[in-house]
Write a protein that binds this ligand. Structure first.
Ligand SMILES: [Fe+2]
Length: 453
């Protein structure tokens, strides 16, 4: 098996490489301002604009700031007005010590990136800059022409479960296919189209902190997700140079922004994708999950799932606490002695949200686009804090008696499981509570005094 995904759709965009580096990119030679960040007259008639992902005084290693050089400052737009409150979920209030499962999320047709997003669970408060939200998306249409979206609530980790996304951002373009993930920082405008049919997946919207690589400690200097495997878009200017002036393809654009889970909209008479050059540390990035360097046991015991952490968002509340850890359980070799090849039964202080990703890229594979007759991989589960979880009695019996004396490659069924481990209890949205099924039915578990019954 190749150490990268053999994607069904090839990616013809160019990228910079290395997460955490100070990057710079320009659509035209000389478009970046060199030495001085805010020159009196930037090249090609461009205007200087900055986007700050952290406070100016954040420690240098955590400081996220990017300078942009664009044709028209973002300042010039109409007043923001509420967009469509039908897409604004009620603040989630449902919480119980039960496990939840969503075997299959419904899919619709005629929906795009904005209209398809549904709030699944949330902790903290977006306006209080604390916690996170988990959204689902299931889209069949590109966003409307000349429309861009942004989240003012936080950085968004986008996890396609099936299908792919063609994402144009202010900093350039990214193709993000199943078995890849991407992060779009807070406030950055982007537009989502579809490279090859419908796409489903999940979004982890981070109200506090930022996604970063976990520390490796005694592991050493490499392993898990390696810095160089993260790809950052290159500047793309929606326009052209005319007599040394950058002229954008300006027309009427609609901007839609989410703040405190509510959608707002405004218009402007210029493209938001008129950034001819940028440099800094605050940028979108993507990553192929097949490049994850899995570490694990080579003698005995099942190690903690934090060993599979791709990205983390530290809480800075107490040592080791995370707003969220994003981890994957991918195909890998198992080799051990006198060890149960199953996760131990567990009550965790963290809250564990999990869902499958289809890593098999074959368009005829039954799990792609939910064509299978039985298991539909567009589902998820949640084990809240101190909620016990683990293998079924049947799996336990099988694992207790199986031959583990020879190494075996596991998770070869075309599925990678991802985990979002978050420090605070996840409140379930009304929509998600209605759909929780099997013996974990949230609706039935609601107290009778709950007015939403
Ligand atoms: Fe667990």
């Amino acid at each position: 098996m190749a150490l990268k995904t053999d994607f069904a759709v090839s990616d013809n965009y160019n990228y910079l490489e290395g997460l955490g580096n100070y990057h710079q990119s320009e659509a035209f030679p000389g478009a970046n301002s060199h030495v001085n960040n805010s020159p009196q007259k930037p090249p090609y008639g461009l205007k200087t604009e900055r986007i700050s992902g952290t406070s100016f005084t954040a420690p240098r290693e955590q400081n996220l700031q990017t300078w942009m050089y664009r044709a028209t400052p973002s300042l010039f737009h109409s007043e923001y007005v509420p967009y469509d409150d039908a897409h604004t979920p009620n603040p989630p209030t449902f919480l119980s010590p039960n496990s939840y499962m969503w075997p299959t999320f419904p899919t619709e047709s005629g929906v795009d990136w904005v209209s398809s997003q549904k709030l699944l669970a949330r902790n903290g408060d977006p306006a209080g800059k604390e916690g996170l939200a988990i959204w689902t998306f299931s889209i069949t249409n590109a966003m409307r022409d000349n429309t861009a979206f942004s989240s003012i609530d936080g950085d968004c980790l986008i996890i396609p479960q099936s299908g792919g996304l063609d994402i144009q951002t202010e900093f350039g373009k990214l193709l993000v296919r199943q078995n890849e993930i991407c992060v779009i920082p807070r406030g950055i405008r982007y537009r989502v189209a579809l490279p090859n049919g419908p796409a489903h997946g999940f979004i982890c919207e981070l109200f506090q902190s930022h996604f970063q690589l976990p520390g490796l400690g005694i592991v050493g200097s490499t392993g898990l997700a390696n810095q160089r495997d993260f790809q950052i878009p290159v500047a793309f200017f929606d326009g052209q140079l005319r007599e040394d002036v950058a002229v954008a393809n300006d027309t009427e654009w609609t901007l839609i922004s989410r703040q405190a889970a509510r959608l707002w909209t405004c218009t402007q008479d210029h493209t938001p994708f008129d950034v001819a050059a940028w440099h800094g540390t605050n940028y979108p990035f993507k990553y192929d999950l097949a490049k994850f360097c899995v570490l694990g046991n080579v003698l005995f015991d099942e190690h903690d799932p934090c060993l599979y952490t791709v990205l983390t968002a530290p809480a800075h509340r107490e040592p080791g606490n995370a707003v969220v850890d994003f981890a994957i359980i991918p195909p890998r070799w198992m080799a051990s002695e006198d060890t149960l090849w199953l996760p131990y039964y567990h009550r965790n202080t963290m809250n564990e949200f999990y869902a499958p990703i289809v890593n098999n890229q074959d368009g005829d594979y039954p799990f792609n686009q939910d064509r299978g007759k039985g298991f539909k991989p567009f589902g998820a589960g949640l084990n809240g804090g101190m909620v016990v979880h683990g293998a079924t009695a049947e799996d336990l019996e099988k694992a207790s008696t199986s031959d583990t004396s020879t190494p075996a490659k596991v998770m070869m069924d075309g599925i990678t499981i991802f985990l979002l481990e978050t420090e605070k209890p996840l409140y379930i949205s009304d929509w998600a509570a209605e759909m929780a099924q099997q013996n974990f039915k949230a609706k039935e578990a609601r107290p009778k005094s709950d007015s939403r019954l």
